[in-house]
Design a binder for this molecule. Sequence first.
Ligand code: SF4
Ligand code: SF4
Length: 132
Amino acid sequence: MLPMLGQLLKQMVRKPFTNIFPAKYAPKNVKKFLEGVQAGKIKIHPPVELPEWFRGKILYDREKCIGCKACIKVCPAKAIEFKEEEKKIKIYIGRCIFCSQCNDVCPVNALSMSNEFLLASDNKLDPNLIVE
Ligand code: SF4
Ligand code: SF4
């Protein structure tokens, strides 16, 4: 118990090893924070380089889409909805598991995976998490 308590106290005074994430939850005074980074007073970790095959937020080219629904059929997360009137789709990124199956099956290449991954939000219907 005692060694654990010592460890706990140490952890409480240690600086975190990670950057504040996501960026939108940075301190209210972001300007001051960024000035500190620029002046070298605050150290942040450089972004990790993304591999070529990275699967981030889906991009949708609605002009190309022919409304075949193939993407909907293969989506294991039921993240894609069909908009009957427009014969187009709507993707709920909050449900997406980034498997890329919809991209692979689309006959007209209307879908692709971007490099965007800073998607954390406490609102699953955040406009940034809806693609249409
Ligand atoms: S990447 Fe996978 S989970 Fe996400 S919308 Fe496409 S098929 Fe569904
Ligand atoms: S598979 Fe492609 S063309 Fe078919 S509905 Fe989905 S996005 Fe549109």
